[in-house]
Design a protein around this ligand. Structure first.
Ligand code: ADP
Length: 980
């Protein structure tokens, strides 16, 4: 039982006890009071009626005396008139009604002579026979009951009436008031009876009611025979007494007192109610008082109890409130929802307010409609605790399950672990549910699991990579070692020496690219890569990219074309080196994974502009090579991954190129997408955003070169239209034709009109007459020195000599850009001014011939190889073993001594960057102009940028490739210092 209940029982018992004690006390009190009251009342009645008896005796004696006096008076005067007067005076004084003379025959007359007939004449025997004074009741002729006091006298006559007795009468009212018998406001009856019970006088309104009172009582009351007899004896013996009896409907007190000197008894009959009226009053006052006291005490007790209980209840309520408040506050900071559900009604008794935060359901709504709201939050056909499940949980046991619930407001899916406890709390069955949001734990677990998988994958990938690498490194190494061995054997056979050397070089180059990729990737992965944003010309960039990639495609007899769509913004702000790296990776893969004679295309187009400052450019590299399987496409950008067939087909690679490309594209904020079909080819789409540099004044082709009208001949009409459109923007009129003959005709026609073209642009590959043939015909027809340029997306090196012999002045790579057109014209003009055409540069002249290099190289072996290689090219060099020495040698040199400085970067004492900075800052006359080219094993884009920042003009990666060195020198010679 609860402590609370025990207390209630104690209080109830206490209240019962108080009530019982009060009732017993009241009963005893009333018993005592009523016995006292009975005694007092009896005493009081006896006294009262003794007094009345005394009064009656005196009254009777006096009346008898008066009667005697009146008789004597009449006897003395014999004058009726005086007697009447006398009697009237006496009547007034004594209060009686009438005076009678009575005759033996029952008649009577009053003092004034009025005859009266008495009905009963009870008095006759005593009065006339026994000559005794009599007191009795009688009824007059007018039916009025009167009390008669009669006395026998000597026979006489009054107004002729013969009398033997005299009497006076009193009306009942008169006698009652005269004797003061009317006690208790007329509710009592006073009787004068003879000792045998015959009633002589009665104050009862109907005097004849009781003829014999003893007989009346024996019949009409509950007085026993004994008592009645006792009373009768008391009357005979002149003993007074009192008794209580039940007459008719009521209880009465009967007090009896013998009248002295007469055989009369005076009875006072008083109803118990009248006697007890005082008692009842006392009783009611007492009850009233007690009730009031009881009510007062009860009220005080109740108030005290209520106060105590309410105080306690308030304390309990406050405690509950505080507990709930603390619990609510605590639950706000935890991810567990608590609720208590009633076992019978299934109503929610309590729910923690954090349900709002964790599931987006308000506390009140949840209390009202928990089940339905939770159902709405359930994800799919999720687990739900039904009644059967709840009922099956034994008391003091629990049931656990997991489920996913959706946040009602955010729609986020949360993962819950739930426990339902079945409890018996003070006899009531309750379910306590704890819903723990374990989303974070689960995510962490998932992340850890994913990280584990990733780590395993990475580990696996690295193991694969190592096995690939061991294969990839071993292959060229085997070649190098193998061919070097053969070389040693066949030193006498020049042809074989040449072949082996070429193969050794090729294997060496492959190893270099392998190492570069690995280093590049590790650098990207360590997050050390950053962008160098600078302005660059997109056409020039594409031209350079084309010239670099073209030889690889050509080696596989592949069609290799660059296309543009729409007008392209020429000058862009971006990282040209990274862009180059991205496209070179894509193009070299395309070439690598496309069969001999396949097709590789690069399409460049501008994406719709979203802001004036930025522009999106799309590069699409398409090939019709071996393609990529669907499964592999998802993994293509993972590091160290290569498709099975690439490995087995013997195509060399590291599986890093695509990962590097993807990382670079990400770094530049772009996207890369691959679509491919195995056996049909692949398409890589790269979208990049570049800033548009503030517009420089467009160089006026017209003013600078005096060009206003050109002829374009290309069998592709779109190209013609594109050139027409872009040239019209720089105010140059373009006439275009789609075949060679039409071009010849147009030129001739224009000349005849005296309005010849200032430049003629011919597509190389046209049906019927190609560009070279057309140029030859034009040169035959006109003798003007009009520049003729070949526009081609093919490598023109093979036909260059033939073309120049046919009258071609220069070559331009497709796609056509105004800037590259202008660039070509500028170069042609420069060549012309120097009397040295670009053709001359390619007639086999050795760029390195007779050049004198200052080489800063700390590694003796490298220095020796370089020195040997240079001497092979008829160039010479002086070696400095560190930057400091190089600086000193240059500062101390004659102005024309060195043509160029080849600067290693990592050297002791002073590195290459510092040496370059100091050379540029020194007083030597060629300090600013002497070309300095970095030679470094670091082939990263940053290294190239660092070299430029330090003041160098170019960058060659080790080991030095003489072909690249020559190319670099040629570029430096033609472009001044912008070789990088
Ligand atoms: P790899 O050094 O092997 O070329 P990459 O990271 O550049 O490494 O390419 C990863 C793999 O993606 C290649 O091994 C090849 O299987 C596949 N791949 C890339 N480009 C192409 C392409 N153009 N056509 C077919 N397969 C390609």
């Amino acid at each position: 039982m609860k402590i609370q209940d025990k207390k209630s029982v104690v209080v109830a018992l206490l209240l019962c006890f108080i009530t019982v004690v009060t009732v017993v006390f009241c009963y005893t009190y009333f018993q005592t009071i009523s016995s006292h009251v009975y005694k007092d009342s009896s005493q009081h009645l006896i006294e009262l009626y003794s007094q009345v008896t005394r009064n009656f005796t005196i009254f009777m004696e006096k009346d008898m005396e008066s009667l005697n006096d009146y008789t004597v008076y009449w006897d003395g005067i014999d004058d009726e008139e005086s007697f009447v007067k006398y009697i009237n005076e006496q009547r007034k004084q004594k209060g009686f009604s009438k005076f009678y003379f009575l005759s033996r025959d029952g008649r009577g007359i009053t003092s004034d002579g009025t005859a009266e007939q008495f009905s009963h004449r009870e008095y006759e025997a005593s009065l006339f026979e026994q000559q005794k004074s009599v007191v009795c009741n009688d009824t007059l002729s007018d039916n009025q009951t009167v009390a008669l006091f009669a006395m026998p006298v000597e026979t006489g006559s009054y107004m002729g009436f013969v009398y033997d007795a005299v009497a006076i009468s009193y009306t009942n009212a008169d006698i009652i008031s005269a004797l003061n018998m009317d006690n208790f406001s007329g509710r009592s009856v006073c009787l004068v009876v003879q000792t045998d019970g015959d009633v002589i006088l009665s104050t009862h309104s109907d005097g004849a009611v009781f003829k014999n009172y003893l007989s009346y009582l024996s019949v009409g009351s509950d007085i026993g025979e004994e008592d009645l007899k006792q009373m009768s004896e008391d009357w005979e013996n002149g003993i007074s007494g009192i008794l209580r009896c039940h007459i008719g409907q009521e209880d009465y007190y009967i007090s009896y007192n013998p009248v002295p000197n007469a055989d009369f008894v005076l009875l006072g009959i008083v109803p118990d109610a009248v006697v007890s009226a005082g008692m009842s009053q006392v009783q009611s006052i007492t009850i009233d008082m007690l009730v009031k006291i009881f009510i007062l005490i009860g009220s005080i007790v109740i108030i005290l109890l209520i106060y105590t209980f309410s105080k306690k209840a308030k304390k309990n309520t406050m405690e509950l409130y505080y507990r709930e408040f603390i619990f609510d506050a605590v639950s706000q900071n935890v991810d567990d929802i608590f609720l208590m559900v009633d076992g019978k009604t299934r109503k929610v008794d309590y729910i923690s307010p954090n349900i709002e935060r964790l599931l987006g359901i308000s506390k009140d709504d949840a209390k009202e409609n928990f089940n339905n709201l939770i159902k709405e939050c359930s994800v799919g056909e999720d687990y739900f605790v039904d009644d059967d499940t709840l009922n099956s949980i034994p008391i003091n046991d629990k049931h656990m399950f997991d489920r996913e619930l959706k946040h009602k407001k955010t729609n986020e899916v949360h993962w819950f672990h739930e426990t339902v406890y079945h409890e018996n709390i003070h006899g009531e069955k309750k379910f306590i549910v704890v819903m723990s949001d374990r989303t974070d734990d689960r995510k962490n677990k998932q992340t850890l699991e994913e990280a584990l998988v990733l780590a395993k994958n990475a580990n696996e990938a690295k193991s694969n990579f190592l096995s690939n690498m061991s294969h990839d490194i071993r292959t060229p190494m085997n070649a190098i070692v193998g061919y070097a061995t053969l070389l040693e054997k066949d030193t006498g056979n020049a042809e074989k020496v040449h072949e082996y050397t070429r193969k050794i070089l090729a294997s060496g180059h492959h190893m270099i690219s392998l190492i570069n990729d690995v280093l590049d990737m590790s650098k990207i992965e360590s997050g050390k890569t950053s962008l160098n944003i600078d302005m660059f010309s997109l056409p020039q960039f594409l031209e350079e990219l084309y010239s670099v990639m073209m030889p690889q495609a050509k080696a596989k007899q592949q069609s290799f074309e660059f296309h543009t769509q729409g007008n392209l913004t020429e000058m862009l702000d971006g990282d040209k080196l990274r862009l180059n790296q991205i496209l070179m990776n894509l193009l070299s893969n395309a070439i690598k994974y496309t069969q001999v004679g396949g097709t590789i295309d690069l399409t460049v187009r501008e994406l719709p502009k979203t802001t004036p400052q930025y522009i999106g450019i799309q590069f699409i590299v398409t090939d019709n090579g071996i393609g990529i399987s669907e499964e592999f496409i998802d993994k293509i950008f993972d590091t160290f991954t290569r498709e099975e067939n690439s490995t087995t087909s013997g195509i060399q690679g590291t599986g890093l190129g695509m990962a590097i490309t993807k990382n670079l594209v990400d770094l530049m904020g772009g996207t890369i997408h691959v679509s491919s079909c195995q056996g049909k080819g692949s398409t890589f789409t790269v979208n990049l955003t570049f800033a548009v540099p503030s517009q420089k004044d467009p160089k006026e082709l017209r003013t600078n070169f005096g060009i206003s009208k050109i002829l374009v001949a290309d069998d592709e009409l779109d190209i013609c239209k594109n050139i027409h459109s872009v040239m019209s923007e720089v105010d140059i009129d373009v006439t275009y034709v789609t075949d060679g003959q039409a071009a010849v005709d147009a030129v001739v026609q224009a000349q005849e009109n005296g309005d010849g073209f200032q430049v003629i642009l011919l597509d190389w590959k046209m049906p019927e007459k190609d560009g070279v043939e057309t140029a030859r015909l034009i040169r035959e027809k006109i003798h003007q020195d009009v520049p003729i340029l070949i526009l081609t997306s093919y490598d023109w090196s093979d036909i260059e000599n033939k073309a120049r012999a046919a009258g071609i002045d220069g070559f331009m790579t497709k796609p056509f850009f105004v800037s590259s057109f202008q660039h070509t014209l500028e170069r042609m003009r420069a060549d012309k001014e120097q009397g040295d055409t670009s053709a001359a540069a390619d007639t086999g002249k050795n760029e390195l011939e007779n050049m004198m290099f200052l080489v800063a190289e700390d590694n003796g072996l490298n220095a020796e190889i370089l020195s040997e290689l240079l001497s092979l090219e008829n160039a010479s060099c002086e070696i400095a073993v560190n930057g400091q020495e190089a600086l000193e040698m240059f500062v101390g040199s004659e102005p024309d001594k060195y043509d160029m400085i080849l600067m290693d970067v990592q050297m002791p004492i002073m590195d290459g960057y510092e040496a370059t900075r100091q050379i540029r800052a020194c007083e030597h006359p060629r300090a600013k102009s002497i070309p300095i080219v970095a030679m470094t094993a670091n082939a990263f884009a940053e290294d190239k940028q660092n070299a430029i920042d330090a003041g160098m003009n170019g960058h060659l990666s080790k080991p030095i490739d003489m072909g690249k060195t020559k190319e670099m020198i040629r570029l430096l010679k033609s472009n001044g210092e912008e070789a990088l």
